[in-house]
Design a protein around this ligand. Structure first.
Ligand code: V47
Length: 362
């Protein structure tokens, strides 16, 4: 099929042919996409793939976030959320309080739980947190603890990763959020998050979760000091693992928010152009991960809506309260109603589909 006239960048014509034929894109294709400024053509190709997979559907979930503590042993340079123990802004939520808070609001379908690596909370806290939430809200699905937290739990509980995941599963865990992946490259981790588990360890924990039937998400933190090659290596490592396990549900590219991090002043925030390209290239490279999420809390609502025309098929959810974006300096509202989410999706020409944590329509 000949290329439509609006594929302006001649470097992209071969890629269009591959996309139309449903062929897998290579590292070099990815490189060309990142180097190209032909955003509309990249978005057009991502939309071809996205509509092939999901038609006109855009998913969202009625969810609530719980950031149970911001005390963190890692204190990564990109993070404004984590605080050392004893810091005036450090907090931890006790289980009673957490359950009361979750019960007091409208009943949500998914609870998204992410926190810092707390030096003192015991292993039993994490299991009890899930058990008590399930007792109070038996219908709710719990998406909890990134691979980094799972590694921390193994350490404090003196258990293997597999045992930790099994314990959490028995306590009510549905799936894992995608955080902590950052950029897998050792060069980046050494500079930005030297105390964090390695990229290989992150992937190994995801592999173990998938082997136990626990689906996970995956993220990539971009727009700091990473190169195009490092972004692509990250995407291809996820694609390779997904070929093996099929356990990733969703990929979420997270734009770095420098304002309140240790890197403020050194790194400029990402631009709309970069954000949309990142979403579209993720859709094109990750041909085996079903969903690409436009995370409105970090992108801003308006750009997240536009991202639906650049390959994203998931708008996350209602959220209610979230601390990472708040402490990272995002000046965005913290909760959305069903009506607002549905309006954003409909006005982009798509059909809103309310989903559960596992992407089953509800
Ligand atoms: O891994 C921290 C990121 C992540 C900053 O699974 C920052 O649906 C940008 O797990 N600028 C944790 N990002 C969040 C997470 C998540 C988020 C959205 C959706 C899902 C999902 C999971 O937050 C961390 C880190 O990459 N982060 N600080 C910052 N200043």
């Amino acid at each position: 099929m000949s290329a439509p006239k609006y594929i302006v960048d001649s470097d992209l014509k071969d890629i269009l042919e591959k996309v139309e034929a449903g062929e897998r894109l290579s590292f070099d294709d990815g490189y060309k996409l990142f180097r190209s400024h032909d955003l509309l053509s990249i978005g057009y190709m991502a939309t071809l793939v996205r509509e092939r997979l999901h038609g006109k559907k855009v998913y969202w979930v009625f969810n609530q976030h719980l950031n149970y503590t911001n005390v963190c042993l890692n204190l990564c340079k990109f993070c404004a959320f984590g605080k050392p123990k004893g810091h005036p802004e450090a907090y931890e939520i006790d289980i009673e309080e957490a359950v009361k808070k979750l019960k007091s609001g409208a009943p949500v379908r998914e609870i998204h739980i992410v926190g810092g690596l707390h030096p003192d909370l015991p292993y039993s806290y994490y299991l009890e947190l899930l058990q008590r939430i399930k007792e109070a809200l038996p219908e709710v699905q719990i998406k909890a603890f990134t691979c980094v937290e799972i590694a921390h739990l193994a350490k404090i509980g003196r258990k293997s990763i597999r045992e930790v995941l099994q314990d959490l599963q028995a306590a009510g865990l549905t799936c894992l959020p995608g955080g902590g992946a950052e950029i897998f490259a050792e060069r980046i981790r050494k500079q930005l998050c030297p105390k964090k588990i390695s990229g290989q360890e992150w992937l190994e924990i995801a592999r173990t979760a998938h082997s136990l039937g626990i689906p996970t998400n995956a993220t990539m933190l971009y727009g700091h000091i990473e190169t195009i090659e490092e972004r692509l290596e990250h995407l291809l490592a996820l694609r390779e693992l997904q070929d093996e396990t099929k356990g990733f549900l969703c990929f979420i590219p997270l734009p770095f928010l420098p304002q309140k991090s240790y890197l403020r002043g050194e790194v400029a925030p990402t631009t709309g152009f970069t954000d949309l390209k990142m979403i579209a290239i993720s859709r094109l490279m990750l041909d085996n991960i079903p969903h690409i999420k436009a995370y409105w809390l970090f992108l801003g609502l308006k750009l997240a809506q536009v991202a639906l025309k650049f390959g994203a098929d998931d708008l996350h959810g209602t959220v209610i309260e979230e601390k990472i974006s708040e402490l990272s300096g995002v000046d965005e509202k913290k909760a959305l109603s069903r009506r607002e989410l549905e309006r954003l999706i409909s006005e982009a020409g798509y059909i809103p589909v309310e989903r559960d944590a596992l992407y089953n329509p509800v």
